[in-house]
Write a protein that binds this ligand. Structure first.
Ligand SMILES: *Cc1c(COP(=O)(O)O)cnc(C)c1O
Length: 380
């Protein structure tokens, strides 16, 4: 089965025993009655532990990443926290790529940091990673393409290092979506998504997902999914299922639009540099080409502050809403320095290049001529 066939059909065979419905119903019941106190009716007891709508979604999520197992959570960060609490103990260390979603870094630093877990960030596209592995290092966490600098890390190379040292490699695959990249196929142990972004794709449901192949690790996370309780609701499970069925057609369009905008911006005098791995002149183009089937719909650029005040530019836009988040059908734009990445210490932001003139764009699936026209107007 190819991607869209899986997205549409896995877990949702027409129910001929009932009414023949072709989509999964939303099972809202929080509890499930049984006839025998020792045996749940069909394996279901209580919705936090297991719910038929969430189960169907989890099957689909696993299929999208060519994984054996999928788990759905109430947000991307809920998925991250549950995962980290399942694989780390006091005194252990996370080695992470330096360009991370702000909230991920906040968990490492201000949540797990209180429980004796340490972390270290490195530029996985430039630094020597092997020399950073200490005896306490347990988990390697990377985001590729990264947020907001669109750096692309060679997943297979890092997976080989992790295998040699017995480390768990987690890849946050939110930016690429499972349509453009499948990290498990490249040797990663765990893939993580904020389904809030491309997988749901319509900016109307907050959620997170974990996909993996290792059964022992799955059992631990599954236990904690119930024990901690940050599960995705049945209604959100339905929304995510509805969204992911069109992931392929949306991603194709997101990418087509992003390439056009990246090309347009790289020729504009007000723009210093465009960060988009799909431009052949981008330094990550070849590694992206090797491990991804497409370059995605996210791009960032540095506006030349001497020629154009970033805030004035943003004010003139009609179709790009100034908002956090990404991956929805509507175009969004933001300044990571003030918004998504404000929780990173200022010196660190400046050091890695998250400066006040860096603009991040989540290119939507509107008509690309309208989007380019909007940029043209705002830049003059
Ligand atoms: C949004 C995001 C998250 C966090 O997900 P939420 O659903 O907002 O909790 C994690 N990683 C990346 C790359 C994201 O963009």
């Amino acid at each position: 089965m190819k991607f869209s066939t899986k997205a549409i059909h896995i877990g949702e065979e027409p129910n001929y025993e009932e009414n023949g419905e072709v989509i999964s119903p939303i099972h809202l019941s929080t509890t499930f009655a049984r006839r025998d106190p020792e045996k749940p009716t069909k394996g279901y007891e209580y919705t936090r532990t297991g719910n038929p709508t969430r189960d169907t979604l989890e099957k689909k999520l696993a299929a999208l990443e060519n994984a054996k197992f999928g788990l759905a959570f109430s947000s991307g960060l809920a998925a991250e926290t549950t995962l980290l609490l399942s694989i780390l103990k006091k005194g252990e260390r996370i080695l992470a790529s330096d360009d991370l979603y702000g909230g991920t870094r906040r968990i490492f630093d201000r949540v797990l940091g209180n429980y004796g877990v340490t972390f270290k960030t490195k530029d996985f596209t430039a630094d020597d990673i092997e020399s950073e592995i200490t005896k306490d290092t347990k988990v390697v966490w990377i985001e590729t393409p990264s947020n907001p600098l669109l750096k692309v890390i060679d997943i297979r190379k890092i997976a080989d290092i992790c295998k040699k040292s017995g480390l768990i490699l987690v890849v946050d695959n939110t930016f690429a979506s499972p349509y453009f990249q499948n990290p498990l196929d490249l040797g990663a142990d765990v893939v993580l998504h904020s389904t809030t972004k491309y997988i749901n794709g319509h900016s109307d449901s907050l959620g997170g997902a974990i996909m993996l192949n290792d059964e022992q690790l799955f059992d631990k996370i599954k236990f904690n999914q119930n024990a901690i309780g940050a599960v995705l609701s049945p209604f959100d499970s339905y929304l995510v299922m509805r969204g992911l069925k069109t992931l392929e057609v949306r991603m194709e369009r997101h990418e087509e639009n992003a390439i056009s905008i990246a090309k347009f911006l790289s020729e504009d005098d007000n723009v210093q540099e465009v960060l988009y791995p799909g431009l052949p002149e981008n330094k990550f183009y070849s590694v992206a080409k090797k491990q991804m089937r497409g370059f995605g719909g996210m791009l960032s650029f540095y506006i030349d502050e001497k020629k154009k005040e970033p805030k004035d530019f943003l004010k003139k836009l009609k179709y790009f809403s100034l908002a956090e988040s990404l991956g929805g059908i509507e175009s969004l734009i933001e300044i990571p320095y003030y918004m998504t990445h404000a929780s990173i210490p200022e010196s660190e932001r400046n050091k890695i290049g998250v400066t006040k003139n860096l603009i991040r764009v989540s290119v939507g699936i509107e008509d690309k001529d309208d989007l380019i026209e909007d940029f043209k107007n705002a830049l003059t």
